[in-house]
Design a protein around this ligand. Structure first.
Ligand SMILES: [Zn+2]
Length: 152
């Protein structure tokens, strides 16, 4: 018999995991204590991983926001991946515009995108000179027939 140093209960040696470092060749915690501890550790790691994910997601979004002015002028598309609806627009700062759509209530188009960042994908269709933006936007709207532009 051996007493578990964790739960203070006595078990036969079979109930203790092997451990080469100890005198009797057995660990000081019984198997069920070890199991419990491992499960707790696993759960703890899982929670930590989730926390990390959410914190970094926030950080990622923040970085995107901060780099918003670095993307060259162009025609952009915002697509809702759940509904398939999409919108085409032009901007000298396309990424900044995207963020406006997701957060600015006063923006007319934002009603489709407000607080829906999770459902949206965003991308540049074509970069162009600022003085070509209107022409290019018209071209792409005609070509791709976005579902959300009509209500502009
Ligand atoms: Zn124990």
């Amino acid at each position: 018999m051996k007493t578990c140093s964790k739960c203070s209960l006595s078990y036969s040696l079979d109930e203790f995991p092997n451990n080469k470092k100890t005198k009797d060749g057995k660990g000081s915690w019984c198997k069920s204590c070890c199991k419990l501890y491992n499960n707790q550790t696993k759960e703890y790691k899982r929670v930590k991983a989730l926390q990390y994910y959410y914190q970094n997601k926030e950080k990622c979004n923040q970085q995107q926001k901060n780099s918003s002015t670095k993307i060259a002028p162009g025609v952009y598309m915002i697509k809702n991946i759940l509904t398939g609806d999409f919108y085409i627009g032009e901007s000298t700062q396309p990424q900044k515009r995207f963020w406006q759509h997701c957060s600015d209530k006063s923006n007319n188009t934002s009603k489709y995108f407000l607080n829906k960042k999770e459902e949206l994908i965003w991308g540049i269709i074509e970069h162009c000179n600022p003085n070509q933006l209107k022409v290019k936007e018209e071209y792409w709207i005609k070509t791709l027939k976005p579902t959300l532009n009509g209500a502009k």
